[in-house]
Ligand binder design. Structure first.
Ligand code: SF4
Ligand code: SF4
Length: 362
């Protein structure tokens, strides 16, 4: 296993993290515990869950697994999150989490899922920072972190608040362009950086032909290549993989072994090659993100990507609602000024795609 320092916390964490959001049977604690033990035996020491993974069942499964790790003397760091922003609600939440997880503190506690800067400002007004700081002073929380779906300059702005010690966001060979700006702030503030969704929501393994440059080593699968791409990025402290069963754990550990054996990939080369394969796909570069009607164009275009890649138009609306927390009827605000199309680096027909999203939302 390879370990990296999680920002200014000084904690040494494994580059592969255990994500607890995809258990095939969350009620089968024997199975989830066996997966956590196998991961820990392979050197994984960062375990991430959340209070709404399978309701609260995800944290209960973690509680059983962590107890077994302690019984075996295996070291670990625990990460979880809260949507709450008022101190009384955060305290109620963490009290339940500590019980479910069967621990007396949480190492990495995240302000969970910031989707817009307005949403962040509201939570800050509610006192989330002060509440987290008090929890840290009391020893209930080790480090204050944030998870976010913000992209482009907005994620940099969030991190420039200077209050966080680490950040968690989605990043993969499919959507790396959307979050490049985050790394400026990560370096500037010496933040830990965990990334999730390393397979681009399944886009990468389902469409390996789009990512020929990811499989570089002999016999390397696209999944292994996608992980090696992330491990090669030195600003990324660790990559979380959501494990469904034991073979997923095994495969991800094999990807770490390959990374140790064969070393980093040339990131610039992979990025430029991946870029050229995305004909008709929005790359999330943000150049269009200045709509006079306030339409969050990159988010709508990301959702439209799912129609192209999966040939399934239902995914467009669900991606907007469930991932981006964006009302799909936003698309109907377009006044067809064409400013965005003039700026689009991929020369995409944004106006007609918005009209189509409007119809799908209708
Ligand atoms: S064409 Fe529509 S989406 Fe594009 S900038 Fe103008 S109003 Fe916004
Ligand atoms: S400019 Fe084009 S490719 Fe870039 S985010 Fe906007 S729609 Fe996507």
């Amino acid at each position: 296993m390879v370990y990296r320092t999680y920002g200014r916390t000084g904690k040494q964490v494994s580059i592969l993290g255990f994500g607890g959001m995809r258990f095939e049977d969350v009620d089968d604690h024997d199975a989830s515990t066996a997966m956590m033990v196998e991961a820990a035996e392979g050197g994984v020491n960062y375990f991430d869950t959340a209070p709404k993974y399978f309701g609260t069942k995800g944290e209960k499964a973690f509680g059983a697994g962590l107890a077994e790790l302690r019984r075996r003397g295996m070291p670990y760091y625990l990460s979880t999150k809260t949507f709450e922003s008022e101190e009384s609600a955060i305290r109620r939440e963490i009290e339940g989490q500590l019980k479910r997880l069967d621990v007396d503190h949480i190492d990495f506690y995240h302000v969970w899922c910031i989707t817009t800067l307005d949403n962040w400002r509201e939570r800050r007004r509610n006192g989330v920072i002060e509440a987290f700081r008090r929890l840290k002073e009391e020893g209930l929380v080790g480090h204050i972190c944030v998870s976010s779906h913000l992209i482009g300059d907005e994620i940099r702005e969030l991190l420039e608040e200077g209050v966080f010690e680490g950040v968690l966001f989605g990043y993969s060979a499919y959507n790396f362009k959307t979050r490049q700006q985050a790394f400026d702030a990560i370096r500037q503030y010496n933040l830990g950086c965990a990334v999730m969704n390393p397979l681009g929501g399944g886009i990468i393994p389902r469409h390996p032909q789009l990512f020929p440059s990811l499989s570089r080593g002999e016999g390397e699968t696209t999944v292994e290549g996608a992980l090696r791409f992330l491990f090669s990025h030195e600003d990324i402290t660790l990559s979380l993989v959501g494990f469904g069963n034991g073979s997923h754990v095994h495969d991800a550990l094999a990807a770490v072994e390959r990374f140790e054996r064969e070393g980093a990939v040339d990131l610039e080369a992979v990025m430029s090659e991946v870029d050229t394969t995305f004909e008709g796909i929005c790359t999330g570069c943000q150049y269009c993100d200045n709509c006079p009607e306030g339409i969050p164009i990159p988010k709508l275009m990301d959702a439209y990507n799912h129609k192209i890649l999966f040939d399934d138009e239902k995914q467009v609306v669900s991606r907007l609602k469930n991932y981006w927390n964006v009302d799909p009827t936003f698309a109907g605000r377009c006044i067809e000024c064409a400013q965005c199309e003039d700026e689009c680096t991929q020369h995409l027909p944004i106006i007609s795609r918005l009209a189509e999203i409007g119809r799908l939302a209708g």
